[in-house]
Design a protein around this ligand. Structure first.
Ligand code: AFP
Length: 328
């Protein structure tokens, strides 16, 4: 076999003398398994009668799709069975859920969006599952223990369900690495060991229909991206994980700013913005909420939202400058 599988790759980068390192790799393998199971269901969604909504509304007031519910259950079931992590925080569950395990599991918090871009499920457009893994301080129990900023992530990544299924992750023992599912052998195979985001790009990804609802600074930012730069092009599919993946490989910046009525925007910090921000930073990109580094933001609840700007470093720097000048 020319390329290594995910399990071979993880085995080669795991310090077997460190229980935390071994546990992190086992958790990543479980998430990859969840990705394969969800990918299978995404591809069969029409055949299995899984299109449409469950009739329930989630904590964000959104209609839950049948596939959202399925994907969430896959994560819960796998981690309940193997007990590798103590707590799960999911977009689809109002409260954190305890699932572990042994003493070591108590130190691990897994946050995830089981199916990002769910409005694209029924139209066969790329969607994905995003995850963030945090190690909780053992000796400092506090009521806010679970509310960790992105800078404390110890691993993060996503599975992407497009024409093929990708698995991308970062951990302290690796760079940002990418895998593609080889369904004939049921394994992810390594495609890129060191993904880097181009520093510069003409691509920006934003829902420009929100323009009238933005404050002046955000309007200035998007005007600059559209006409103030040498070249410009828009790419936006409405699945953050899909837009992020394209921008990471080709260069580009994703923006979901707040509006005047809702300044904190809609992207959830703990399982959408922070994991992708950490990946971007590890790949040489940047992530901000306007002026502040996104990884510094401490959530005030598991479902905290924040304005999100992630992508090519030079473009993010220019955006920050516009916000900084305009807020003076
Ligand atoms: P969910 O499908 O997980 O709820 O998230 C969708 C999302 O947060 C993000 O993936 C998209 O980029 C964004 O919403 C699209 O929002 P608009 O439809 O408002 O542009």
């Amino acid at each position: 076999m020319k390329t290594s599988t995910l399990s071979q790759f993880l085995s080669s980068v795991t310090d077997k003398s460190s229980p935390h390192c071994v546990r992190t790799s086992d958790i990543i393998m479980t998430i990859a398994l969840a990705g394969k199971m969800i990918s299978r269901q995404v591809r069969e969604v029409w055949l299995d009668g899984m299109v449409g909504e469950t009739g329930e509304t989630n904590v964000h007031g959104e209609q839950v799709k049948k596939l959202d519910e399925f994907a969430n259950e896959v994560f819960v079931e796998l981690f309940r069975r193997n007990g590798l992590v103590g707590t799960l925080i999911s977009e689809e569950m109002g409260e954190p859920v305890q699932v572990g395990g042994d003493e070591l599991a108590e130190e691990f918090l897994l946050t995830y969006d089981p199916l990002d871009g769910s409005s694209n499920i029924d139209v066969n457009v790329t969607i994905g599952s995003i995850f963030g893994l945090y190690r909780l301080p053992k000796d400092e129990p506090s009521a806010n223990l679970l509310l960790q900023p992105g800078k404390n992530l110890i691993a993060c990544g996503y599975a992407l369900y497009g024409p093929s299924t990708n698995f991308v992750f970062w951990s302290p023992n690796t760079s940002v690495c990418g895998f593609i599912a080889d369904m004939s052998i049921g394994e992810f195979r390594l495609t890129d060991e060191n993904i880097k985001i181009p520093d510069e790009s003409s691509i920006y990804s934003v829902n420009e229909a929100n323009y009238p609802n933005w404050d002046k600074a955000t309007q200035e930012v998007v005007d600059y991206l559209r006409v103030g730069r040498k070249e410009s092009s828009t790419r936006y599919i409405g699945s953050l994980v899909g837009d992020f993946h394209r921008n990471m490989l080709k260069g580009g910046v994703y923006l979901y700013p707040g509006t005047v009525a809702n300044p904190e925007g809609k992207i959830r910090l703990m399982y959408e913005a922070a994991p992708l921000a950490r990946l971007a930073v590890a790949a040489g990109g940047k992530a901000i909420d306007g002026q502040q580094d996104l990884l510094e933001i401490v959530p005030d609840s598991p479902h905290h939202t924040c304005p999100t700007i992630i992508g090519s470093s030079k473009v993010v720097d220019e955006i920050r400058e516009i916000y900084t000048k305009s807020k003076k």
